[in-house]
Design a protein around this ligand. Structure first.
Ligand code: GUN
Length: 283
């Protein structure tokens, strides 16, 4: 029997309705949640992402601004703009779209964002808070993956979880959230020897490698839950994940599709983090 498909679009829609209702209540109290999205340069994928983020804000009734800066913007000018936004009472969340042009130090830029407005959860203070189990903001993609596991009532406590990919944006925070939920977690990376020996053990397999269809059916334990974070464009223009969905769906008990899986959840969690940031200001 093929796996249950975890529908990210449907789940995102449901959560966005709840966010819209809470946004309306907060706005009526005089605090309209606001997100500033900063894009530097003209990376085509980033342009689409930032547009979608701002549109999602509008759809739930939040205030948002999208600032497009030229690729030659100086780091100093970007830091100065972030500093202004840190003090802007209408802005509760600040997101600088990555990657940044090479002449700008991403680390320095992220550290310039006030931690209480860092809705990406990338600031070292937020990464540290997550590490000790007291997160202020959970990074959006891993947060969305956890919501997807919750949506199928998966018993995470005691489960064997394997995360493939060790980035600061996805792999590492994902592993932390799974660990805090009681899973026994392995993080694999591009140097991992005998990857299949690890993936075959996974009750929960989270894949974030950026390699199209690299996880095949023979690498997956029967009945596993498979969360595919990858979004890759094939030569024919179609999108696919890091998991070979068409074959793995016959081995897994539940699986996220691409598109329509983790992607819509990531933006939804950005909205949730922005709402929470605004709620904290009110409190
Ligand atoms: N680039 C790719 N993913 C992300 C993300 O989650 N946040 C930001 N700021 N940039 C990204």
């Amino acid at each position: 029997m093929p796996a249950q498909i975890i529908d990210g679009n449907a789940l995102a829609k449901k959560i966005r309705l709840e966010i819209a209702a809470k946004t309306a209540i907060l706005t009526a109290k005089g605090v309209k949640p606001g997100l500033a999205v900063l894009l530097v340069g003209e990376d085509p994928a980033s342009q689409v992402y930032v547009r979608n983020k701002v549109k999602a804000c509008e759809d739930v009734g939040m205030y948002s601004i999208l600032e497009r800066h030229p690729a030659d913007l100086s780091e100093k000018a970007l830091l100065a703009r972030i500093n202004e936004l840190n003090h802007d009472k209408n802005i509760h969340g600040i997101l600088v779209q990555l990657p940044l042009p090479k002449h700008i130090d991403s680390h320095r830029v992220i550290e310039a964002i006030a931690p209480e407005k860092d809705v990406d959860g990338f600031h070292v203070a937020n990464a540290g808070a997550l590490m000790i189990g007291a997160p202020l903001f959970r990074p959006c993609t891993p947060y969305g993956c956890m919501k997807m596991l919750e949506s199928i009532d998966y018993p995470i406590r005691g489960a064997r979880a394997v995360v493939i990919g060790a980035s600061n944006i996805v792999g590492k925070p994902m592993a932390m959230l799974l660990l805090q939920a009681g899973a026994t977690v392995t993080i694999c990376n591009s140097k991992t020897k005998d990857l299949t020996a690890h993936t075959k053990e996974a009750d929960i397999l989270v894949v974030a490698t950026g390699k199209p269809k690299m996880i095949t059916a023979s690498m997956v334990k029967s009945g596993a839950v498979v969360i595919d974070v990858g979004i890759n464009r094939l030569p024919d223009g179609k999108l696919c994940g890091d998991v070979d969905f068409d074959e793995v769906k016959y081995v897994a008990s539940a699986i996220t599709p691409v598109p329509g899986g983790v992607g819509p959840m990531t933006i939804t969690m950005l909205l949730l983090n922005t709402l929470e940031a605004a709620e904290r200001v009110k409190a």
